[in-house]
Design a protein around this ligand. Structure first.
Ligand code: ZN
Length: 390
């Protein structure tokens, strides 16, 4: 998105108004545009790739489209790349030493599968991943059929408030939602097969200093993992960067990938809530948007190896990278699965502060993307030095 520069006509009009009643507005027009793209933080980031990652569909178990994009982006950056049985993309960048560091950023997004077609032609849904039904009101979706994507409108059942005023305040239950594709039932049955994946429809756009779209959870981390490999200097550790599958239904891909890779250290890359918004007290913010990379101490799936957590913190301090410590009461990441693979692995999560998680408007800050990518790259260069034995 380009910044809105005043046009020639606007400038002429501003001049004419200099001594008149429009003086205030004229001053505003003469002021430099805000914000100017070149002064925004994280300006070197390839936001076109982030936009493509966000907008490409990939519900758990049906990550094929986003996987193709991830393979395309990772291939030039690594020595080896393959796709495992569950569909994880496993990309290896060899180091000179013996240590193996596994990174995991999940490429699946919350969505649905087509579960049942009503006689009216409305498509019932099987959710894959956790939704708050309040976030689904008034949304559009795409059903990914074998003959291509089919646009649909997501709506809850029951009477519209025009008919029954007392019902309109009630929040619909998740199972009450269906998709209306605007076609007669016969045509719907021809096009839609039970099990077809369904994703929410939303473009990814720059909003102020931030980027907002669907599936920032966890494509923003896939993006940052790629960016960190781009920024990587000399490193002794072998880095195994994994774009995992089926995280949203219980960190399933990370479990099998960690079993295969046998890492010495495992770091999940994921989003974490920034609750620094009106109506939430400071003690419940978890993280603040724009305040830097989040280093996870605790969530309900794992407690980070404290020596690894300290190592990440030391690197951030030494490099002057803005960071914040994160403790999340509820929620989990791939680190929980990797930490418990085989006989256990030192693990934690490196998080991107994110507002409005699991909505189509997930919002991340460019400065945080920049900080997470830099901290990860600098850590990987130093990863061979860490002693995480307890
Ligand atoms: Zn999620």
């Amino acid at each position: 998105m380009a910044a809105q520069f005043p046009s020639k006509t606007d400038k002429a009009e501003a001049k004419r108004a200099k001594n008149g009643h429009l003086q205030h507005e004229a001053a505003a027009l003469d002021a430099p545009p805000h914000p100017s793209p070149s002064t925004l933080p994280g300006t070197t980031l390839d936001l076109t790739l982030l936009k493509r990652l966000s907008e490409t569909p990939g519900v758990p178990g049906r990550e094929e489209h986003v996987r193709a994009l991830v393979v395309e982006a990772l291939t030039p950056l690594v020595d080896e790349i393959h796709v495992d049985t569950l569909g994880n993309v496993i990309a290896t960048k060899k180091g000179t030493g013996n240590r193996r560091v596994m990174l995991a950023a999940h490429m699946d997004e919350i969505g649905f599968l087509a579960r049942y077609i009503e006689t009216s032609g409305h498509v019932r849904l099987q959710p894959v991943g956790g939704f708050d039904p309040r976030d689904l009101m008034g949304q559009r979706v795409r059903i990914h059929t074998t003959s291509g994507p089919l646009r649909g409108v997501l709506a809850p059942g029951g009477k519209h408030y025009n008919i029954l005023a007392s019902e309109h305040a009630r929040v619909p239950k998740l199972e009450e939602y269906f998709v209306d594709v605007g076609l007669p039932v016969e045509r719907v049955r021809e096009l839609v097969r039970l099990g077809d994946p369904i994703t929410l429809e939303r473009t990814c756009e720059e909003v102020g200093e931030c980027v907002s779209g669907k599936a920032m959870d966890d494509r923003a981390s896939v993006f940052v993992m790629i960016e960190a490999l781009r920024r990587l200097g000399k490193h002794k550790a072998t880095i195994v960067a994994v774009a995992t599958v089926q995280e949203e239904v219980g960190t399933r891909g990370a479990a099998t990938a960690a079993f295969e890779i046998k890492p010495d250290v495992a770091i999940a890359l994921d989003v974490t809530p920034s609750m620094d918004i009106p109506g939430v007290g400071e003690s419940d913010h978890v993280t603040r948007l724009g305040a830097g990379a989040a280093i996870k101490v605790f969530d309900s799936s794992h407690i980070g190896n404290y020596k690894l957590v300290d190592h990440l913190r030391r690197v951030a301090e030494a490099q002057g990278i803005p960071y914040q410590m994160e403790l999340l009461p509820r929620g989990g990441t791939d680190a929980g699965a990797m930490q418990r693979a085989r006989a256990g692995t030192p693990a934690t999560t490196h998080s991107i502060p994110t507002r409005y998680i699991h909505t189509v408007n997930e919002m991340v800050h460019r400065a945080d993307l920049d900080a997470v990518a830099t901290l990860l790259a600098r850590y990987l260069e130093d990863a061979h030095t860490g002693d995480y034995r307890l």
